[in-house]
Design a protein. Structure first.
Length: 192
């Protein structure tokens, strides 16, 4: 995602170019939705919050500061909406074993098999569940920072801009979030 291309699209959006809106939306819709899904753990809600992120972003484009990456601004809006929703509704636990609703009905979550060893697949799937649960149990400020760093692959500087935090605070929070995650995973493995 090229910052210069984003700026061109934004200028076109400011001139009410509908095609530019669509291009900007297509460029970021999957990553914003996936981020919201990881934060909220509910596909329908993630879609709703992702859409609201784009609505807020596109209706406030005149406030965008071109000195910063557009994606940082967009993810800042998405992060704030996710955290607002989590705070208003307190976290609801969702089972990772529940069926997922899709356009053509519901389906079970599955990990595609790339190897013949079912026990290894089971271990990997269970490890993923443990990691997801451990991330879900982290406080929102740690969860959001880990997802931005590791799922969205944002730089420390981008995260600082998105979360409106000093760079040093971002580094400390990432370190503390990883430590908490490691402790939770070790604890869960000992209980298993």
């Amino acid at each position: 995602m090229n910052a210069a291309e984003d700026r061109k699209l934004i200028r076109r959006c400011l001139q009410q170019d509908r095609q530019a809106y669509e291009l900007l939306l297509r460029r970021y819709q999957d990553s914003v939705y996936n981020y919201c899904l990881r934060m909220l753990r509910n596909p329908g809600l993630a879609e709703e919050v992702a859409q609201e992120s784009f609505v807020r972003t596109l209706t406030r484009l005149d406030r965008y500061d071109e000195r910063y990456p557009f994606s940082a601004w967009l993810f800042k809006i998405a992060t704030n909406l996710c955290i607002d929703h989590l705070r208003k509704n307190k976290r609801i636990a969702y089972s990772l074993d529940e069926d997922v609703a899709g356009e053509e009905g519901s389906y079970r979550r599955e990990v595609a098999s790339e190897g013949p060893d079912p026990s290894e697949e089971t271990y990997i799937r269970e490890r993923g569940r443990l990691i997801d649960r451990a991330i879900d149990d982290l406080p929102e400020h740690y969860r959001s920072i880990l997802l931005l760093r590791h799922q969205e692959e944002r730089s420390y500087e981008e995260i600082a801009e998105i979360l409106d935090l000093p760079l040093g605070t971002v580094k400390i929070r990432i370190h503390r979030a990883r430590e908490q995650l490691k402790r939770r995973l070790n604890r869960d493995e000992m209980l298993a």
